[in-house]
Design a protein around this ligand. Structure first.
Ligand SMILES: Nc1ncnc2c1ncn2[C@@H]1O[C@H](COP(=O)(O)OP(=O)(O)O)[C@@H](O)[C@H]1O
Ligand SMILES: [Mg+2]
Length: 364
């Protein structure tokens, strides 16, 4: 059989499903698994001999014939069928076997990893992102990460307006009303009470508010990038554009990335050691561009959904098929988000999400 692309993510992940569909349309087989342990029959060994030679054996897989590994959002391996009393120990053993494989990654399996797991883990740190961006010459807003109310008050005193953000997405459902809620950014100023006890309970990210006119999302897929800008129809920016992505009022258009900005973004990616990333930028009233963050496992399907002329799904399929970052998009057949949304794969994953009561997430 032709060399496959490995995708490590939940079987309920629409992005993984879309890529598996796009790869198949391109005649490329793929295997989607939540972790390195596919099932009870998985047999995996990593050996290192006295000469330092390494070898991986995974269910007869020829590690040298893997096109690429999309380390999208892997989960911890399950213990599978075992005594309940042993479950947590066996899970732990699998967790560490997976960690060993991921820590050596391309050293063991010499293929394109999107992204290399250690770099991916490092790049999940917002401070590491801000430092890499700054070192690459991008402007970054003054930021305080932590739970010290006095430091937050000092940040507000310096800049007047500050945003509060969380490290990761949080949503919940009210037991009484059944309504769903999602945490978004909050704007703080000198009039905002900052009780030490409340701020002290949970750390967060506090950042100078950039008086922006638009938000930019740049999706970097190896050697190619795709950028969009988001704004309200009155020319103003949203405080947080994400909850408005379906609004009539939202204007999404292509954003032109200058050669200088592209060089800086690529430098930032290189410093983090990642080849795929979704970068959030804002542009202020003077036209200055500020870096906010890069999501190394970010969502990108919504970009093509809002602007179908951007062939993001095709670019990702082309890179994973080619197993290299300097791929050509023309090497992949013309796979479109609109055709995926019409496919059986999409209907299947949509039904799966409905059954588990989850929302289908194509958004950032
Ligand atoms: N420092 C900031 N100034 C102005 N707007 C911001 C700032 N930080 C975040 N935002 C806005 O909040 C939203 C989410 O920002 P982002 O930094 O990407 O956080 P998240 O990790 O929650 O995605 C975007 O609409 C962005 O423009
Ligand atoms: Mg973001």
């Amino acid at each position: 059989m032709d060399a496959p692309v490995y995708i490590l993510s939940s079987t309920h992940d629409p992005h993984a499903s879309a890529l598996a569909w796009a790869l198949r349309r391109n005649g490329v087989p793929s295997q989607l698994n939540p972790s390195i342990r596919v099932d009870q029959r998985t047999r995996l060994s990593i050996s290192i001999d006295e000469h330092g030679q390494q070898h991986v054996s995974l269910d007869g897989l020829d590690a040298q014939r893997v096109r690429s590994i999309w380390h999208r959002r892997p989960l911890l391996p399950e213990a599978g069928h075992c005594l309940e009393a042993d479950r947590s120990f066996i899970k732990g053993q699998w967790k560490y076997l997976q960690k060993n494989l991921f820590d050596l990654a391309d050293d063991l399996i010499d293929t394109l990893w999107v992204n290399r797991p250690r770099a991916a883990e490092f790049a999940e740190s917002k401070l590491a992102q801000l430092r890499a961006a700054h070192a690459a010459g991008l402007k970054v807003p003054d930021t305080v990460v932590g739970n010290d109310a006095a430091e937050v008050a000092a940040l507000i005193a310096r800049w007047n307006r500050v945003v509060f953000k969380t490290f990761y997405l949080q949503h919940w459902q009210s037991e009484s009303s059944g309504r769903s809620y999602e945490m978004t950014v909050a704007l703080l100023d000198a009039s905002t009470p900052l009780p030490d006890a409340a701020i002290g309970v949970s750390p967060g990210i506090y950042q100078r508010y950039i008086d922006k006119v638009l938000d930019v999302r740049v999706t970097i897929i190896g050697g190619q990038l795709f950028a969009i800008q988001m704004q309200q129809s009155n020319g103003e920016a949203y405080l947080d554009w994400r909850p408005h992505s379906c609004d009539e009022n939202m204007r999404t258009t292509v954003f032109n990335v200058s050669a200088t900005l592209e060089t800086k973004l690529r430098d930032m990616m290189q410093r983090l050691g990642i080849v795929f990333g979704c970068v959030d930028l804002v542009v202020d009233r003077q036209g200055e561009i500020y870096f906010l963050e890069v999501n190394q496992a970010g969502a990108f399907l919504f970009v093509e959904e809002s602007l179908p002329e951007l062939p993001i799904l095709r670019a990702m399929a082309a890179m994973l098929s080619a197993g290299r970052t300097d791929y050509s998009i023309d090497d992949c057949v013309d796979v479109r988000m609109s055709s995926y949304l019409d496919s059986d794969e999409y209907r299947e994953i949509n039904a799966m999400q409905r059954d588990t009561g989850q929302q289908l997430v194509l958004e950032p």
